[in-house]
Design a protein around this ligand. Structure first.
Ligand code: PEP
Ligand code: MN
Length: 340
């Protein structure tokens, strides 16, 4: 349930409504990013919903009370019909611009990252990616450079001005990653790590939440709800392919997820065609499909020497191929009234 206060409602009237919500055993939530004076009523409302709606409707300063039927209340499109824009430095995700995030799967060295960062920026990339803490299927695979990787990412940002997104895997590393990164990535394997979701929800950092490889769109939205309900409304969702019976590609891109998410939530939506396909030859086609389907951005793995990459070489584009892809995405974006 959300209570929409009238624009002229006083602080006192807002306070009284919040107090009344608490008195009825629920939790009031005000979104600082929403210009309207909207108070969400959180809790297990179902049984008493109709009575409470009438009770709040009668209070001074209340313009309207709306019931939100979705289980994800704060992530619901009806909570913020205009659609939210997540700002990261000069970059706006969820605006008319389709944002291209690019970089290697793993940060391997300072020289590699700085060179790639310049190439990505020159090609039109707006944000850098690179893993410092890597969730690998095998414990014997490269696990990432850790804090050294974060330091290198910060250096690449310093040199190019591009904000950086990097994965955080553990609640104990959230503060550390916040010191270096602009956006915290929650990887597919941690989409339902509720302790981690709650922890990143207490930071002011934007979060890129990737869909679990075996998770439904509904589950992705419930995970987003965990982050937002802790007070962090800056959540970007990312489709990255799901596990299906099809084995010709690493994962199966659920392109449906883009229009479904745009319909169900106000949060910006991105697609990662690199992990979705696992094969650089298919990355351009699926990145183009994502932009055509209404994605607010794409995240692309780029490596200066894919054959020697420490992780995910087969799905990484060379900087030249990345440059060609940006040109292609620009044309597709224009056809759907967006810009790259
Ligand atoms: C990544 O983006 O580096 C990554 C590991 O992706 P995912 O969690 O989607 O597998
Ligand atoms: Mn990768």
């Amino acid at each position: 349930m959300i209570i929409i206060m009238s624009p002229s409602a006083t602080e006192e009237e807002i306070h009284l409504v919040q107090h009344e919500i608490e008195a009825t055993g629920f939790r009031p939530f005000m979104n600082p990013g929403v210009e309207r004076k909207v108070i969400a009523v959180l809790g297990e409302l179902d049984v008493r919903k109709a009575d409470l709606a009438e009770q709040f409707q009668a209070m001074a300063g209340v313009a309207r009370v709306e019931l939100i039927s979705d289980l994800w209340k704060l992530a619901s499109r009806s909570y913020y019909p205009a659609g939210s824009v997540v700002r990261v430095g000069d970059v706006s995700i969820g605006s008319d611009e389709v944002v291209i995030v690019a970089g290697p799967c793993s940060v391997e060295s300072e020289a590699q990252m700085i060179q790639l960062a310049h190439q990505i920026k020159a090609a039109g990339g707006k944000m850098l990616r690179g893993g410092a803490f890597k969730p690998r299927t095998s414990p014997y695979s490269f696990q990432g450079l850790g804090e050294e990787g974060l330091r290198i990412l910060a250096k690449a940002r310093e040199e190019t001005g591009l904000p950086v997104v990097t994965e955080v895997m553990d609640t104990h590393e959230v503060d550390l990653v916040c010191k270096y990164a602009d956006v915290l990535q929650i990887g597919t394997r941690n989409m339902q790590n509720y302790a981690l979701l709650k922890k990143v929800g207490t930071t002011g950092h934007p979060v890129l939440l990737k869909r679990g490889l075996g998770s439904k769109i509904r589950d992705l939205l419930m995970s987003a709800e965990y982050i937002i309900s802790e007070g962090n409304t800056k959540v970007i969702l990312c489709e990255r392919g799901i596990t299906t019976f099809e084995d010709s590609t690493r994962n199966t891109t659920d392109i449906n997820a883009i229009p479904v998410l745009k319909n169900w939530t106000h949060l910006p939506v991105m697609l990662d065609p690199s992990h979705a396909t696992g094969n650089w030859q298919y990355v351009a086609a699926i990145a183009g499909a994502a932009v055509a389907a209404g994605s607010d951005g794409v995240m692309i793995e780029v490596h200066n020497d894919p054959a020697r990459a420490w992780s995910d070489g087969p799905q990484s584009l060379t900087p030249e191929r990345f440059q060609n892809l940006v040109v292609r995405l620009r044309a597709i974006a224009e056809a759907v009234d967006r810009a790259v």
